[in-house]
Ligand binder design. Structure first.
Ligand code: ADP
Ligand code: MG
Length: 695
């Protein structure tokens, strides 16, 4: 028989596991569990450790735990009202006494014998200074058995699975056990090469799956987890190596020289650099002047002034005879950068051009030629930059702005258009060190931790519908004071399924009713590029006072005269996203405001709005966001175009990540064509594209 690997189990439906019928099948489906692979990798989010037995005297209020005791009273069954029974019994050990209570389980008395010893497990409460435990599970201790092998349920470490909707924990446990049982006589093929398993002390795959779900001991569980996390990160790393072409890591980069015009250029800027900007640019400069390839992430909160760092680096690259490219995720942002950067650089004879998807073929053709023959020094553009038709004469610097919006692959395609160009990536979203390592390899990080002078923190308020009129008045006052307003809606058009405000309807409504006399504009993702562009220009030029928008203005947009943002259905947005959106105001010296219309009464929603109102700090906000949402969703690797991580925790598993990276590099060097590792080759082809190799 052909050996199966974990990957192959994706082809095996869970339909034929004992206990899974049609109806349960659909319940599992709702958890995205369709096949054996999905099931076995539906890892516990926590464990109930019933194996530690406490003295009754040491039990704490609210604690989930096990204790051992003798039944010292008859089971007392009462019926306080129709349809309800309460069974009570006293349990004692040498240190104290506790009352065990069961609701509506009158049959319990048949399973308890006075004078016998039991182990109980459940949640302990202390009421009026008396201990009690409600609905505990229990098991009789046969005194002839030793504790470790005689007991079945009570004394184990049991898995607790994430949100199980209509499936009970017990049911999932049972099905999981059945599924694991079916491998009793089958040996799974290990996708991790033997030499790596041995070198890094990785447990066997079947052992790991068994122990991660039903650990015999804490240690077994840790070994299992180590192996599974290693595997996940190892495979991810191999995939990334296949994109990156590891040989480049060994090659030398461009050694830029000092440019005497730099000082003059900095003096020509419309503002003085902040200390943080000066420090960060110095770090960039040092990288550029060294032999090695620059690989630097510039992280700075919204409005901290990252763009100018890019401009300085571009200036340096061009003055040393190279071309530079700045890639951004949206057309609006490309236009905006083009319009602000071009005048700065042109004064110093640097030719800047724009390349974006909405230009005519002819326009693009001109840019293509200029890049190829070197007459264009700097290009600013969208994904259009990574098309095959774009060639450079000598691309020496690649910058991506709002990096979190790009996949890893896109950056590497752009990089390959030059010969070992230096790389700078910029983002406002703080990412954990682990993810940075995964995404950027040996990346250096610079942080702009200071806002330009004169900025006043944005005042943020969470409101409900009852405040509508007051907010409308506030909008009007803002416009009358000569400032501008964004109104952000979660939807483009009205939808039957989702009850939320749409930009189209909102814009129509306010321009016909409340703000008839004011200039209202609308912008959203379904509009044509040139329409978007002309709207953005009118807004920037002050011809539009109120801009109704979807989240397409979320990244990068810079109109310092806009001082008020009203966000409709704010409950529908993530905190990090709200922070990005809010960052569109407060970009000048005028006090700015952000109004969050929260249409939800849920506690979580209110909590989230409170965080927004209290903090203007992107780091704090993303930390809180993480607390509320959990790491999986927050720093979803998916958003970076990588496979989802099911077990690795990017906050905790830095050490394992380093080992897995090391292991992946070893394989890439020893067996670049993966001739000896067919399973790995197959895996990479399936997950990272047919052409993925390590050579
Ligand atoms: P972000 O970090 O969000 O990309 P930007 O680069 O768009 O921020 O800068 C935000 C605003 O601050 C822009 O209007 C920019 O001109 C201005 N700015 C940047 N640096 C400074 C500075 N040192 N002094 C004054 N204004 C600055
Ligand atoms: Mg920016």
């Amino acid at each position: 028989m052909k050996q199966l690997s974990l990957e192959d189990l994706k082809k095996q439906s869970i339909r034929y596991i004992k206990g899974v019928g049609e109806s349960r099948l659909s319940l599992f489906k709702r958890l995205n569990i369709n096949n054996f692979f999905d099931l076995l990798t539906y890892y516990p989010k926590a464990y109930e450790d019933r194996s530690i037995i406490k003295n009754i005297a040491d039990l704490q209020d609210g604690e989930l735990c096990s204790f051992e005791g003798t039944i010292v009273s008859n089971v007392n069954v009462t019926r306080p009202r129709r349809g309800m029974t309460i069974s009570k019994v006293s349990v004692q050990d040498s240190t104290g006494k506790i009352t065990a209570i069961w609701f509506n389980q009158h049959y319990i008395k048949n399973s308890l014998t006075v004078g016998a010893n039991y182990i109980f497990y459940g949640k302990v409460e202390r009421k009026f200074n008396k201990l009690q435990i409600s609905n505990p599970v229990f098991e009789k201790i046969d005194n002839t058995q030793s504790h470790n092998n005689g007991l079945k349920k009570s004394l184990k470490i049991l898995p607790v699975y994430p949100s199980t909707k209509d499936l009970s924990q017990n049911l999932i446990r049972t099905i999981m056990q059945e599924a694991l049982k079916s491998f009793n006589n089958i040996e799974l093929e290990d996708i991790i090469p033997k030499e790596i398993r041995e070198k890094y002390n990785l447990a066997d795959i079947m052992f790991s799956l068994n122990e991660i779900h039903f650990p015999k001991t804490e240690l077994d569980k840790d070994m299992a987890r180590y192996r599974l996390v290693f595997e996940e990160l190892f495979l991810l790393q191999l995939g990334l190596l296949s994109y990156k072409n590891i040989a480049t890591a060994e090659r030398q980069g461009i050694k830029y020289t000092k440019s005497y015009e730099m000082e003059e250029f900095i003096k020509s800027l419309p503002f003085e650099l902040t200390n943080a900007q000066k420090r960060v640019f110095k770090e960039v400069e040092q990288d550029m002047e060294s032999n090695n390839i620059m690989n630097r992430l510039v992280q700075g909160d919204v409005g901290s002034g990252k763009t100018i760092i890019a401009v300085l680096a571009l200036f340096k690259a061009v003055k040393c005879g190279y071309q530079g490219a700045l890639m951004v995720p949206t057309e609006i942002l490309a236009e905006q950068h083009y319009n602000s950067v071009k005048p700065l650089l042109e004064k110093f004879d640097i030719k800047v051009e724009l390349l974006s998807g909405n230009q005519s073929k002819k326009q693009k053709q001109v840019v293509f030629e200029g890049l190829k023959n070197g007459t264009i020094n700097v290009v600013i553009g969208t994904h259009a930059l990574i098309e095959d038709t774009v060639e450079f004469l000598n691309l020496g610097l690649v910058i991506t702005d709002e990096q979190h919006r790009f996949g890893v692959r896109q950056r590497s395609i752009l990089t390959e258009k030059g010969r070992n160009p230096d790389v700078l990536v910029m983002t406002a979203t703080p990412i954990p060190r682990t993810l940075a390592l995964i995404l950027y390899g040996d990346l250096d990080i610079s942080i702009i931790d200071e806002l330009p002078p004169g900025r006043k923190p944005i005042k943020t308020y969470s409101v409900n519908e009852s405040m509508r009129e007051r907010i409308n008045n506030f909008i009007r006052e803002t416009v009358q004071a000569g400032q501008q307003v964004y109104i952000v809606c979660p939807l483009v058009e009205e939808s039957e399924e989702i009850e939320a405000k749409s930009a189209v309807v909102t814009a129509e409504d306010i321009s016909k009713n409340v703000f008839k006399d004011l200039k209202v504009g609308i912008i959203h993702g379904k509009m044509k590029s040139n329409e978007k562009e002309s709207i953005m220009r009118s807004f920037k030029d002050g011809e539009i006072s109120i801009l109704v928008s979807t989240t397409i203005i979320e990244v990068g947009v810079n109109v310092p005269n806009a001082t008020l943002m009203v966000i409709e259905n704010a409950e529908r947005f993530g905190l990090a996203q709200l922070h990005q959106l809010r960052g569109r105001v407060g970009r000048g010296g005028t006090q700015s405001y952000c109004i969050l219309f929260n249409q939800s009464n849920s506690k979580v929603s209110k909590e989230r709005m409170k965080i927004m109102a209290q903090s203007n700090d992107g780091f704090v906000i993303s930390e809180k966001d993480l607390e509320i949402r959990g790491p999986g969703e927050f720093f979803g690797t998916k958003q970076h175009g990588l496979p989802e991580l099911k077990i690795a925790n990017l906050y905790k598993d830095l050490e394992i990540l380093k080992l897995a990276q090391e292991g992946a590099k070893e394989i890439a060097i020893k067996d670049p064509g993966l001739i000896k590792n067919k399973k790995l080759k197959q895996y990479l082809a399936q997950h990272f594209g047919e052409k993925a190799t390590l050579s």
